[in-house]
Ligand binder design. Structure first.
Ligand SMILES: Nc1nc2c(ncn2[C@@H]2O[C@H](COP(=O)(O)OP(=O)(O)OP(=O)(O)O)[C@@H](O)[C@H]2O)c(=O)[nH]1
Ligand SMILES: [Mg+2]
Length: 487
């Protein structure tokens, strides 16, 4: 076919992958998930990762590097350019698409793989956190983000009764591009929180097969550890043991933000209190306050309190006072000795009851809620592309005597106009006339010699010969050929 219609090139999609490198129902380390961003496929130049947010957590003993945030640049392919081609001429091929697909045929989607639990935001230059575009929570979820540009039409598309051999073809549409910020938030049912050294990792180690590092100093846990607690074969819950929390954590003190960020996704919190600390009830209150200051939603999550280290005499002596203090706040605390695995079953079962309730509530919600649309970003872009060309706005800047004509449809038209073909200028003039730009300018009082900026393209306004310039309507009725010219 002579009509060299080149269809769009590569689109960008984002997909949550399964935890393939990890045993499916066994315990695994969160750090294996955290490293996922290292594996962003770099095979395509349309995705440029920038690990700007690399954190270095210094323990004094070692420096750990982990990536659970990454900034990437994504660009969808441009549409291929259309060409002028004639029967029996050898120049029959379309110009090459500019994307990775040489002949402008539909390109394969570029898929950026991320770990489930990833939040995708638009990256901003001003340091302000961008708007959340997507949250991919479940393996296999896939979102089309940036649709590739449409191919430019070839000359055959412009044939008319008046002009059977048009010398015109369009540029391919430019593919959209943007900077994205990816952030991995853990997805666990239960988060174990509490002050440093309270016994959080010890609790995880006795209720699951996870073997987190346990030691008698604060901040032993730097990255969240995950463990799976199994009751029956199909009733399990994922428990995350999180780094210790200090007063001031909401301002980033200690490992504050790291800690708190990960708790946002847990449906239930288990608050472990070090019973051997001098005043356990104050420690408890201080940490509750931190949660609230960081994010009031965290403080509203269902939680239970486990007073730990009951095997130590100083702890068991303080238990009654602690219990009274909490009962006064209407909280029924548990007591346990994580190290000797006593009282831990009660804590775990109570947590599981909360998790079950939460899951049932979610199921009910999902039943009536409309399914989440993951392709809304791409749809928004497509909607913008469909804006008709006569949907524009005109403003006048009197200091520079410039008229600004803006509209998504016009912008796209200007971008896709290929000025190397002789008939392109004629069509440009014709379209401005047909979509009402000329008339609107005349109505608004455009004068000969004024600059007109049409979607980024600047031209000078000339009145049609014989017209006064201001009474455009009169001019139109006399002779439509002698229409205002652009130079
Ligand atoms: N006596 C006693 N010691 C405990 C108990 N639970 C934990 N410990 C000890 O308390 C210390 C801290 O325990 P971890 O489990 O590492 O505490 P953590 O809350 O995870 O600490 P960070 O990761 O540093 O925040 C270790 O020396 C544990 O052996 C308990 O029930 N009784
Ligand atoms: Mg720990």
């Amino acid at each position: 076919n002579l009509d060299e219609k080149l269809s769009s090139t590569s689109s960008i999609a984002i997909e949550a992958t399964t935890y393939t490198r990890l045993p499916p129902r066994d315990d695994f380390l969160a750090s294996s998930l955290i490293y996922t961003y290292r594996e962003i496929k770099l095979s395509d130049s349309s995705v440029v990762p920038k690990f700007e947010e690399e954190q270095r957590i210094s323990t004094g003993l070692a420096v750990m590097r982990c990536f659970d945030r990454a900034k990437i640049f994504v660009k969808a392919g441009n549409g291929g350019n259309g060409v002028v081609a004639f029967r029996r001429e050898k120049a029959g091929r379309g110009a090459h698409g500019q994307g990775r697909n040489q002949h402008g045929a539909k390109g394969e989607d570029v898929v950026v793989k991320v770990a489930p639990g990833t939040v995708i935001r638009e990256a901003r230059d001003d340091g302000v956190e961008g708007q959340v575009l997507l949250e991919l929570l479940h393996p296999g979820q896939r979102a089309l983000l940036l649709p590739g540009g449409r191919g430019g039409r070839g000359n055959v598309a412009f044939k008319s009764g008046m002009n059977k051999v048009p010398r015109i073809a369009e540029n391919g549409e430019e593919g959209p591009e943007m900077w994205l910020e990816l952030e991995l938030k853990l997805v666990a049912d239960v988060g174990i929180i509490g002050a440093p050294n309270a016994g959080k990792s010890t609790l995880l180690s006795v209720i699951s097969a996870a073997r987190p590092e346990i030691a008698n100093y604060p901040f032993t846990t730097l990255l969240p550890n995950l463990g799976v607690v199994s009751f029956d074969y199909d009733s399990t819950m994922i428990v995350a043991d999180l780094p210790g929390l200090l007063e001031g954590a909401h301002r980033g003190f200690g490992l504050g933000h790291e800690f708190l960020r990960h708790t946002e996704r847990c449906s239930v919190l288990v608050h472990v209190v070090d019973g051997s600390s001098p005043q356990p009830e104050y420690e408890f209150d201080a940490i509750r306050l931190e949660l609230e200051l960081f994010n009031p939603e965290l403080a509203e999550k269902p939680y239970l309190v486990a007073f730990n280290k009951m095997d130590l005499p100083e702890a068991s002596e303080r238990w009654e006072v602690f219990r009274e203090h909490l009962l006064a706040e209407d909280i029924q605390p548990f007591c346990m000795s994580a190290i000797s695995n006593q009282g831990t079953n009660e804590v775990v079962s109570a947590a599981y009851e909360f998790v079950k309730k939460f899951k049932e509530a979610v199921k009910e919600d999902e039943g009536c809620a409309t399914p989440i649309n993951l392709n809304h970003v791409a749809e928004e872009i497509k909607k913008k592309r469909a804006v008709p060309i006569n949907d524009f706005e005109i403003s006048h800047d009197s200091s520079s005597k410039t008229w600004h004509v803006v509209g998504d449809g016009l912008e796209r038209f200007v971008q896709m106009t290929n000025w190397q073909y002789v008939d392109s200028e004629k069509r440009f003039q014709h379209v401005l006339e047909a979509c009402g730009v000329n008339k609107s300018l005349i109505d608004r009082g455009v004068k000969e010699g004024d600059s007109v900026n049409i979607a980024g393209l600047v031209r000078i306004w000339y009145n049609a010969p014989g017209s006064t310039g201001s009474s455009g309507a009169k001019n139109r009725s006399t002779n439509s050929i002698r229409w205002p010219n652009w130079k």
